[in-house]
Design a protein around this ligand. Structure first.
Ligand code: GLV
Ligand code: MN
Ligand code: MN
Length: 419
């Protein structure tokens, strides 16, 4: 071995090569990735990941929700593994890095330790969580949520996509219904590396974000019922227009988030008109909506204000009903001081500029944090852009993040021996 464990680097070109290689599974013309959870593209990347982990000497298990765990033994089998990883699914117009960096960097950590002949005290377990993105099936971070017991496995298996396909059917279709019971994989702690998905690190020319805290999130499904009628012959006062009602709700979401800013955001991300036609007044509209804030009390105010706004809008629209269902709620997350400290020390020890951060995006780490010590590492992404095919990050920053992941994991697991 040429490097001491204290300054051992990951293999930057190998890590970058895996990012580019896996980006071919679901590659889009604009250079992004469309790899919806449990799709055939997801199956391909899962098969690739399983083979790569096995080639690196890990034993791969899959649980009943398709969560994947690659175990690298440690010297002390009585210790639960230190977990590392993220997700390999993407948004419909996703990028090459969201989730993927954290999963492939975790694989690279194992490969680097193998090359260096380093055995850790605690075992390591690389994870790929099912449906982090939440765009095909709600809620987001579904695999890790069930893992920690926030939902039952049966509840998640019955969730349907827009075509009516259930999670159970989708798992069966790609052959990823595993034998391991959900939640049975033990972890002593978990570390997730991710691109920031926001502009702060880039603006401040910092390489590493030490994530201490994550935003709370509420998701809603909305259903508006009006009445379809002729666009030319129905006088304005007699209309029961579901889409015009919806437009008021969109503006209310924006106004409520602004009112509670700067630490609040609100988004209407999906809408469908049932049986749309240019000369029919829309009679039925379905939509999704979400709010986020890092502060628990602001999150509550967002919920209260939204309920009041919906009631007021519906009351002002005769013959139109608005139904809102809260389909997911996650309070703000506070990460573990010991894991945060290990990340900060690793960044400092490797000479990377760093700063504490709050995560704007949701992550599997938030769910895991209710059951074990967890924290996250962020690296910059270009223009803070994510959930977009143009999402980008440099090889140098991805490598820096992977190096911090490696040394955080070494510090948490302990080095048993180095060849
Ligand atoms: C997941 O990507 C989320 O933050 O919604
Ligand atoms: Mn992600
Ligand atoms: Mn995402």
């Amino acid at each position: 071995m040429s490097e001491k464990p204290s300054n051992l680097p990951v293999n930057s070109d190998r890590l970058w090569g895996t990012i580019l290689e896996t980006a071919t599974f679901g590659a889009t013309p604009k250079g992004g990735v469309r790899r919806l959870t449990l799709s055939q593209e997801d199956r391909k990347v899962r098969d690739w990941f399983k083979a790569a982990c096995e080639a690196a000497g890990c034993t791969v298990t899959v649980d009943a929700l398709g969560n994947m765990f690659a175990l690298r033994p440690g010297r002390d089998p009585s210790r639960a593994p230190i977990g590392l990883g993220s997700h390999l699914d993407t948004q419909p117009t996703g990028g090459k890095f969201d989730g993927i960096l954290g999963t492939l960097a975790a694989l690279e950590v194992v490969r680097t330790l193998n090359d260096a002949g380093i055995e850790t005290e605690a075992p390591l377990c690389v994870a790929n969580w099912t449906n982090e993105e939440g765009s095909r099936f709600a809620p987001a971070m579904m695999g890790s949520a069930a893992f920690v017991g926030d939902f039952t496995v049966e509840n998640i298996l019955g969730r349907k996509d827009a075509e009516g396909v259930t999670v159970k059917e989708a798992l069966e279709a790609i052959g990823y219904v595993g034998a391991a019971p959900v939640g049975s994989q033990p972890f002593e702690a978990f570390v997730e590396l991710h691109i920031e998905q926001g502009p702060i690190l880039e603006a401040e020319s910092k390489t590493i974000g030490v994530v201490e805290h994550g935003q709370g999130i509420v998701w809603y499904d909305g259903h508006i019922t009006g009445f379809e009628s002729h666009a030319g012959s129905t006088p304005m006062p007699l209309r029961r227009d579901a889409l015009a009602t919806f437009s008021q709700i969109v503006l209310a979401v924006e106004a409520i988030a602004r009112k509670h800013g700067p630490d609040a955001v609100g988004t209407v991300g999906e809408v469908t008109i049932a049986n749309p036609s240019r000369n029919v007044i829309p009679g039925e509209v379905n939509f999704t909506c979400e709010f986020r804030s890092p502060h628990a009390e602001i999150l509550k105010s967002l919920e209260t204000d939204f309920a009041a706004a919906v009631a007021e809008i519906a009351a002002g629209r005769k013959g139109v009903t608005v139904e809102i269902e809260q389909v997911w709620r996650k309070d703000p997350t506070h990460f573990d001081p010991k894991v945060i400290g290990a990340i900060r020390e690793a960044a400092e020890g490797l000479g990377y500029s760093n700063r504490p951060m709050v995560s704007g995006a949701g992550h599997d780490a938030f769910n895991l944090a209710t059951r074990m010590p967890v924290a996250m590492i962020f690296v910059p992404c270009k223009d803070g852009l994510s959930h977009n095919e143009l999402e980008d990050a440099t090889q140098a920053d991805c490598t820096a993040g992977a190096n911090v992941l490696l040394h955080t994991v070494l510090s948490l697991a302990g080095v048993a021996n180095a060849a």
